[in-house]
Unconditional design. Structure first.
Length: 121
């Protein structure tokens, strides 16, 4: 497994963490000053990241973020696609693509996120 794959695994572990494990998972995945920007959020730091993740979990209870396809990386950059999948029926109403930068310690220093599919209603 590459450093890119490991970083993306920690990323999904954070996005899918229980409320009790969220702070620990965010700290394992992201640097202290990591930034996260997508069409719906622009946050920096562990506390703000945990709040953004918690908000998404509350908006989509019973869903989990899952990797869609392979992780592609070079230098300190990686890109990957994901889907938000319902445990109940496997539907995936939301999908996106992210580009991350890795810090020297392998954690994520920044995320640039894009929404590729969103619910229409």
């Amino acid at each position: 497994m590459t450093a890119y794959d490991e970083a993306v695994q920690r990323y999904f572990a954070a996005w899918n963490a229980s409320p009790e494990e969220l702070d620990k998972a965010v700290a394992a995945a992201f640097t202290e000053d990591a930034g996260y920007t997508d069409p719906l959020a622009d946050v920096r730091g562990h506390e703000a990241l945990a709040a953004a993740i918690g908000g998404a979990q509350q908006q989509f209870p019973g869903f989990s973020f899952q990797l869609s396809g392979a992780v592609d990386g070079h230098h300190a950059l990686a890109r990957f696609s994901w889907e938000l999948v319902a445990a109940a029926d496997g539907s995936a109403p939301v999908a996106g693509s992210d580009v991350i930068t890795l810090a020297d310690d392998g954690r994520i220093g920044s995320v640039s996120g894009f929404l590729d599919r969103v619910p229409t209603a």
